[in-house]
Design a binder for this molecule. Structure first.
Ligand code: HEC
Ligand code: HEC
Length: 89
């Protein structure tokens, strides 16, 4: 391999390394999770004792459907599987 080619490979490798470093920094800077957790108040505490997420989610609509006491805010993301986003803590 001639000298010129070696240098080219070194340059390409350096660019690749910088690129990987950039992605790593980007990922490490990702914002913290901001979606609200399932509250631990009177309305929700019993939902913590239900083992399966799917089972617990059956109750959400009792209060969070459009015509109930706490309807979802306008522009709420697709609401399929509440507890995947609003985690229990
Ligand atoms: C018995 C009624 C009731 C049930 C059942 C219920 N909620 Fe709620 N929820 C409320 C009410 C009322 C509020 C608003 C007042 C508050 O923050 O507690 C609320 C607020 C919330 C909030 C907002 C918390 C915040 O930080 O602003 C989230 C998230 C939520 N509920 C998720 C759920 C999920 C997920 C389920 C099902 C697993 C569920 N709720 C079941 C009544 C209920
Ligand atoms: C794909 C993720 C996702 C799913 C699934 C989801 N939510 Fe949300 N929810 C959000 C986000 C994000 C917000 C905050 C919206 C904003 O700040 O504008 C929110 C907001 C809310 C709020 C208003 C209070 C708050 O914290 O801002 C309630 C109540 C709520 N969600 C209940 C539910 C219920 C009940 C379900 C299931 C029927 C559900 N969510 C499913 C992501 C989700």
């Amino acid at each position: 391999m001639d000298k010129k080619n070696k240098k080219k490979i070194w340059v390409m490798n350096s660019i690749f390394a910088l690129f990987c470093g950039g992605i790593l920094v980007f990922l490490l800077n990702a914002p913290e999770e901001t979606t609200s957790f399932l509250p631990k108040d009177e309305d929700h505490i019993k939902l913590y004792s239900i083992e399966g997420k799917k089972e617990a989610e059956k109750f959400c609509a009792e209060c969070h459907d459009a015509d109930k006491i706490a309807p979802l805010p306008e522009g709420h993301p697709p609401k399929y599987r509440c507890l995947f986003c609003h985690k229990r803590n």
